[in-house]
Design a protein around this ligand. Structure first.
Ligand code: BT5
Length: 319
């Protein structure tokens, strides 16, 4: 009902709509209308109520309510269903448990705040309320577990494109999963998967973006899009752009593999050409990052002229 009331205001040609008119359209009592308006106020919507004129929707909150997102999506896979939570421990954990129980792909889990937001290798992801986007998408790509890193790279391309679409922030991709601006991390990606040796059962693609997040609520080397761009940006608009870009790029991967996304990644990346130190579990590789290969591995040319491929790990850019 709340959703339908918002829709009535959006579609209305007049500013003010009488309680009677709303009660008539929804076929509920005037008291019920008043209750729904109060509920919407609790959800962050601001209404003016003027005797004899009715209600006017003055301001909508920048909350990620699915009914504020879904009507603007043009997608067929990603975001066909969006599950919204006020808070969760981790959207990835909830999505993972859901993917084990149900089939299909494209469901998005969203939370306004995470209490145990996860980074890679048991690290934490700061997920304060108010300014961030914390989302996980269940995917079932037809690729081998060995090729799974390309999903992270595809997501990084989508994020960088969506941020460029909706803000003036000049962002780039730092291999493998960071979106950076002014050398600060503003978004991260965590992909987790359940697989058999030759088949992926599902991938949970987790994305965290510092949109309007206050710097005081973030770690030292982090920033937010708003801080970089100089003004707050709409989380709703950015989320819609992220979902649209993800769908577009995911379809490309499913249809024709990684080659086209690989080129986009190379254009958007700030890693290639840099001197880097990669910390990959068992060893440290230092040299120049020269390419990304068809499996998503980073190719590093070492000082002795040999090349090493790095499939996963942390990268430090040496300047
Ligand atoms: C990541 O890990 O960058 C993956 C982040 C994925 C977060 C999303 S939010 C939705 C979904 N649900 C989850 O529970 N997670 C995903 P990694 O590369 O390991 O980076 C983690 C490191 O980044 C931390 O050790 C901090 O140094 C730093 N960090 C933590 N919170 C940050 C933030 N909000 N912004 C920027 N850097 C942060």
């Amino acid at each position: 009902m709340e959703e339908r009331i918002v829709e009535i205001f959006r579609k209305s040609k007049t500013d003010f709509i009488s309680g009677e008119q709303i009660s008539h359209t929804l076929d509920v009592s005037r008291t019920a209308v008043w209750k729904y308006i109060e509920k919407l106020r609790e959800m962050g919507y601001e209404f003016d109520a003027v005797p004899h004129l009715g209600y006017r929707l003055r301001k909508s909150p920048d909350k990620l309510y699915p009914f504020e997102i879904s009507p603007y999506l043009n997608t067929h896979i990603i975001g066909k269903k969006i599950l919204y939570y006020n808070e969760l421990d981790s959207t990835n954990t909830t999505a993972y448990e859901l993917a084990q129980k149900i089939g299909g792909e494209g469901i998005i889990i969203l939370a306004e705040k995470q209490n145990k937001g996860k980074g890679r290798l048991s690290r934490q992801w700061s997920s304060p309320r108010g300014g961030g986007i914390y989302m996980s998408v269940i995917l079932r790509p037809k690729i081998t577990p060995f090729q799974a890193p390309i999903i992270t790279l595809m997501a990084a391309v989508s994020l960088a494109q969506a941020i460029r679409d909706t803000s003036s922030a000049q962002v780039s991709i730092k291999w493998p999963n960071d979106i950076i601006a002014n050398d600060k991390k503003i978004a991260g990606i965590l992909t987790e998967m359940e697989a058999e040796p030759d088949r992926i059962k599902f991938i949970v693609l987790g994305i965290g973006i510092n949109v309007n997040t206050k710097l005081s609520e973030l770690p030292k080397n982090a920033s937010s899009i708003a801080h970089i761009a100089g003004s707050a940006i709409s989380r709703q608009a950015l989320l819609i752009a992220v979902i649209e870009r993800l769908e577009h790029n995911y379809r490309i991967i499913n249809k024709s593999g990684f080659s086209e996304i690989r080129l986009q990644w190379k254009n958007l990346s700030s890693t290639l050409g840099e001197r880097v130190r990669a910390n990959c579990m068992h060893k440290i590789i230092e040299g120049t990052a020269v390419d990304i290969d068809s499996d998503g591995a980073l190719k590093i040319r070492m000082d002795n002229g040999f090349h090493e491929k790095v499939f996963a790990g942390d990268l430090m850019v040496l300047r």
